[in-house]
Design a protein around this ligand. Structure first.
Ligand SMILES: [Ca+2]
Length: 166
C-alpha cells in the first residue's frame, strides 16, 4: 500500500514536471518570430560542353548543374543572413564564374538574380573570371588548362593572354 502510494505520487510529479516544461517552452517561444528561410538561385549562361559544374552555397551546400538555365540551391538560408555562392568544381576544359551577386544579404525575399557564366578555357578569349586564357589547354606555358596562372609566370590581361616567366 505504501509503495503504491509512492508510485502514484511520483507519476503526478512527472506529469507536473512535463506540464511545467511545456509551459516554459511555450512562454519562451511566444515573443519570437517564427524562423523563415529563403531560396538562393539565379541563371547560368554560357556553355558546359556536356560537363557538370558544381556551385557551393556558404561553403557547404553543393549544387551540381549539367545544363545552362535557371538554378536553385536545394538548401535554404535563414532570412536576414549573408550568403556566398562560389564555383566548387569546373567542368573539363570549361571555366565558370559567378559574375553577378556572388555575395549578399538575403533579407526576406528569395534570391533569384545570381548570374553565373561558363566558357571554354583555351579559346583565347580572357573573361573576367579567368585568370588567363592563352588560347590553348597546355600546361607549363604560364597559363594552365584551367585558365589559372602558373607559378613562376606573369600574365597580362589581353586576349589571348601573353605570359612570361619571371
Ligand atoms: Ca596554356
Amino acid at each position: 500500500m505504501g509503495c503504491q502510494f509512492l508510485e502514484k505520487e511520483n507519476n503526478e510529479d512527472d506529469q507536473n514536471s512535463i506540464l511545467t516544461l511545456v509551459a516554459a517552452a511555450t512562454q519562451n517561444n511566444l515573443p519570437q518570430e517564427p524562423e523563415t528561410y529563403q531560396s538562393v538561385g539565379g541563371n547560368l549562361t554560357g556553355q558546359l560542353n556536356g560537363g557538370t559544374v558544381v556551385f557551393q552555397l556558404n561553403g557547404t551546400n553543393n549544387l551540381s548543374i549539367s545544363a545552362v538555365g535557371t538554378f536553385v540551391f536545394t538548401s535554404k538560408i535563414k532570412s536576414n543572413s549573408n550568403y556566398t555562392v562560389s564555383v566548387f568544381t569546373n567542368p573539363n576544359g570549361i571555366t565558370c564564374g559567378i559574375t553577378n551577386k556572388a555575395t549578399g544579404n538575403i533579407s526576406t525575399t528569395d534570391i533569384t538574380d545570381i548570374i553565373a557564366d561558363c566558357t571554354i578555357c583555351g579559346n583565347g578569349v580572357k573573361l573576367s573570371y579567368e585568370a588567363c586564357d592563352d588560347g590553348n589547354l597546355t600546361n607549363g606555358d604560364g597559363c594552365n588548362n584551367s585558365c589559372r596562372i602558373e607559378s613562376g609566370y606573369s600574365c597580362n590581361n589581353s586576349s589571348p593572354t601573353v605570359c612570361v616567366s619571371i
